[in-house]
Design a binder for this molecule. Structure first.
Ligand code: BDR
Ligand code: CA
Length: 313
């Protein structure tokens, strides 16, 4: 079984991705690490613990991640208007009973990569700060972690924070650029793909009526997220960013990919833009591009198959 760690800012679509992971026999979830994004890090940790308690999987450790960006100075952008003030659709869940482990998220990531070199898949569903910190902590981390599957970027399409940037990259652009250029086996799933994957209003009704624990829970917390999508995008459904990315780790053949260099714009009005450079054409004189490692970027997705798996699981 593939061992996976989910770095997450739960978050409604994060919650769905975590549940899908726990219900996927192909993978074993060996830990959750938390990060700011949809909510502040403290609340992300609380939500991660709550979700594992709901799933009766408190055997899985939660390691709390960074409270600040990699440069420590960027003002955090918290997307509570997308996911609700509590990150989970304003459902007022009781406090979790459990606690996070004493290790920080970057230390946990480094330890797990060392325990199982080349065998851990890290699924990154929030800003990439913890992963950049793990790279700083251990220069070999990028070689020892198996694969890093990132929900991040908007490749040749508009962002969702502004026309240039997708939220997880915008959350810590310097960290994202470090991860994309680290030499790790990175696979990025961006909005160009996840905006193809819509869970419809009718799908939500099906979940509500399913008589199944995870389906009913999701149908409740999805309410706020649906309202945001109706108002902001005018779509009759919600985009499944994080579940699609999780399923790319579980079953890579659900998507198709291309390869090249990805750099992140860190200044100006394009801050957070992800730029893909096709590896077939080398700009020899430009070391910012020619000397950088190749990563994979998702190009197409079998959206119907993703939605079907999400609904089943
Ligand atoms: C990403 O940002 C967060 O709001 C979602 O959970 C997802 O990870 C989408 O841009
Ligand atoms: Ca997320």
């Amino acid at each position: 079984k593939k061992k996976i760690i989910i770095d997450t800012d739960p978050g409604v679509d994060d919650a769905m991705a975590i549940f899908v992971a726990l219900r996927s026999p192909e993978v074993e979830v060996i830990g959750l690490t938390t990060i700011f994004g949809n909510v502040y890090t403290t609340l992300a940790t609380r939500n991660a613990l709550h979700l594992l308690e709901f799933a009766e999987r408190t055997d899985i450790p939660v390691a709390e991640g960074s409270h600040v960006t990699i440069n420590k100075t960027t003002k955090l952008r918290i997307a509570d208007f997308v996911h609700g003030a509590d990150g989970l659709g304003n459902q007022n869940f009781p406090s979790p009973k459990g606690r996070q482990i004493d290790q920080s998220a970057p230390a946990f990531l480094v330890e797990q990569a060392n325990l199982n070199p080349g065998k851990v898949t890290l699924v990154a569903l929030g800003p990439l700060t913890n992963i950049a910190l793990a790279i700083q902590l251990d220069p070999e981390f990028s070689k020892k972690i198996g694969q890093i599957v990132v929900l991040g970027g908007a490749f040749l399409v508009n962002g969702n924070v502004n026309p240039a940037a997708e939220a997880n990259i915008f959350g810590d652009p310097e960290a994202a650029d470090m991860v994309f250029t680290s030499g790790a086996d990175v696979l990025a799933v961006g909005l160009n793909v996840t905006h193809q994957v819509l869970l419809t209003d009718a799908d939500r009704d099906t979940l509500a009526q399913s008589g199944r624990k995870f389906g009913q829970y999701m149908s409740k917390i999805l309410g706020f997220y649906y309202s945001y999508h109706h108002d902001s995008y005018g779509v009759q459904g919600v985009y499944l960013h994080d579940p699609t990315t999780l399923l790319a780790a579980v079953n890579p053949s659900l998507l198709t990919y291309t390869e090249g260099v990805v750099r992140v714009q860190t200044t100006g009005i394009m801050r957070g833009l992800t730029m893909f450079h096709n590896s077939n054409r080398r700009f020899e004189e430009l070391t910012e591009w020619s000397n950088k490692p190749i990563v994979k970027v998702a190009v197409t997705v079998d959206a119907a198959a993703v939605v079907k798996l999400v609904m089943e699981r």
